[in-house]
Design a protein around this ligand. Structure first.
Ligand code: ARG
Length: 267
């Protein structure tokens, strides 16, 4: 298994809070511990760096408590940047902040999207195509826009469970070719598509998906995964992956995990 070094963009949770409810995991009356969220985020960043990956950070913006979820900020492939356009007004301001970061950092091929999409949250890049979620946040029209912009085939998958409102809460790629996923998060037709495309996929249990185990980051060798997803960790080890559990209890209260905090910059 090859493991080329990755480049990730992350955003410190300096202004993180659970202040509104745009997914079923968020409970504004319960809130979250920001200091603990910061420590857990720092540990995630160090984990990437210790594996030899590069982490860039974008300056957080006050009043945007979900900006820590960098995965939603854009989709970057071949050094080209497709911007986000958020489904909810609460997060709308993040789109320009992320686009600005790419422009300021020398990216010249930057597209302002005309369709609603939440970046890598719903757009998962494999070697030969992009898997694209819809149903809660990202419009199918954005899938078409992504296909035209990047010249890569895009496969639409319909999410049906509000707990798995982004594709990256229900599916991740192990190595750019195969995936792990929760079938029940998808419509019957999309489940059939996934079975057909990925007969050898790792199928996660509902309990491990609910523990945000599928919101994982794989570099092809190491899988950084929410520590609570026990059986999924065993399955991945049996497949030969190095499993690196991380604790993300606080960001989990906003419906996020390690992958949500991580936007991959693909040159
Ligand atoms: N509270 C955020 C939202 O509901 C969490 C985003 C998680 N990000 C992700 N890539 N799944 O939009």
């Amino acid at each position: 298994m090859s493991m080329p070094a990755r480049h990730y963009l992350m955003c410190r949770p300096d202004y993180f809070a659970v202040e509104y409810r745009i997914n079923p995991w968020m409970d504004p009356t319960a809130g979250a511990d920001r200091d603990l969220a910061l420590r857990q985020w720092e540990a995630l960043r160090s984990t990437y760096q210790e594996l030899g990956h590069t982490v860039s950070v974008i300056e957080p913006v006050g009043g945007l408590p979900d900006m820590v979820f960098a995965a939603n900020g854009a989709l970057v492939v071949d050094g080209r940047v497709y911007g986000a356009r958020f489904a909810h007004a609460e997060r709308a301001g993040e789109a320009t902040a992320y686009l600005r970061w790419f422009i300021d950092n020398g990216f010249t091929d930057v597209k302002v999207p005309s369709c609603t999409n939440e970046g890598e949250g719903d757009l998962i890049v494999l070697d030969d195509f992009v898997l694209a979620g819809t149903g809660f946040r990202t419009d199918v029209a954005a899938h078409r826009e992504v296909q035209e912009f990047f010249g890569r085939p895009v496969v639409t998958l319909r999410l049906i469970d509000p707990r798995y409102y982004h594709l990256d809460t229900a599916l991740f790629t192990l190595d750019g070719r195969d995936i792990a996923y929760l079938p029940q998060a998808f419509s019957p037709g999309s489940q059939a598509v996934l079975r057909r495309m990925f007969p050898d996929a790792v199928v996660a249990s509902p309990a491990d998906a609910a523990a945000f185990g599928l919101n994982a980051v794989s570099d092809g060798k190491n899988v950084i995964i929410n520590c609570a997803a026990a059986d999924l960790q065993l399955d991945l080890k049996r497949r030969g992956y190095e499993v690196i559990p991380v604790e993300m209890s606080e960001l989990r209260k906003a419906g996020g995990g390690p992958k949500c905090c991580t936007l991959e910059i693909r040159k």
